[in-house]
Design a protein around this ligand. Structure first.
Ligand code: HEC
Length: 161
């Protein structure tokens, strides 16, 4: 093979490999959002998002508002804590993401009354994942692991559908 043919052949191989890799990455991309509480960079970004967009209601200390389990006179729930005393950690990544992006009102439907907005159009998907990753990063390691296991079993259920 002369030099020119060799170049053409190797470019072709590189091209095929590149396309293959692209398809592989496309198929392997996560089908649902996944919190990154072990990624320090994402957690740091998420803390900023949390302080700017969530802390007003859920608290700088993630403790939520007083009497969060009781509906007020308007029939609305106060903002729940996102620390271990709340039930945020009982929910998988996908529902946490959807609750934040779409908002409880649209998800629960009817005329469900809530102060929790949907952040679609205000925050990017990455910012939402970062804020939730920050929240998760504040939980004790054991609880983060339990949450990982919860996600794993939810993903398996989803895959079996
Ligand atoms: C204006 C006040 C307010 C802001 C701002 C706010 N929330 Fe909420 N959030 C609430 C209220 C109130 C609820 C309870 C929802 C209901 O009415 O059922 C809630 C519920 C939630 C839940 C469900 C928790 C659970 O245990 O079921 C998640 C997750 C959540 N918020 C995340 C966020 C994130 C992330 C942000 C910032 C990007 C944010 N919230 C900003 C008021 C707020």
């Amino acid at each position: 093979m002369n030099m020119k043919n060799l170049l053409v052949a190797s470019s072709a191989i590189l091209l095929i490999a590149g396309v293959g890799m692209g398809i592989f990455i496309y198929l392997k991309r996560p089908s649902s959002p996944s919190l990154q509480s072990y990624n320090a960079t994402i957690v740091a970004q998420g803390k900023q998002v949390y302080l700017e967009s969530c802390a007003a209601c859920h608290g700088v200390d993630l403790k939520g508002q007083a009497n969060w389990t009781d509906r007020n006179a308007e029939g609305k729930l106060p903002a729940p804590p996102h620390d271990p005393s709340g039930h945020t950690w009982h929910h998988g990544d996908k529902i946490l993401f959807d609750l934040t992006k779409i908002g409880p009102a649209k998800i629960l439907g009817g005329d469900y009354k809530t102060d929790m907005p949907g952040f679609e159009g205000m925050l990017s998907d990455e910012e939402i994942i970062a804020a939730l990753s920050y929240i998760k990063s504040t939980w004790p390691k054991e609880m983060q692991k339990r949450h990982d296991l919860l996600n794993e079993s939810l993903r398996q259920q989803e895959a079996q559908k």
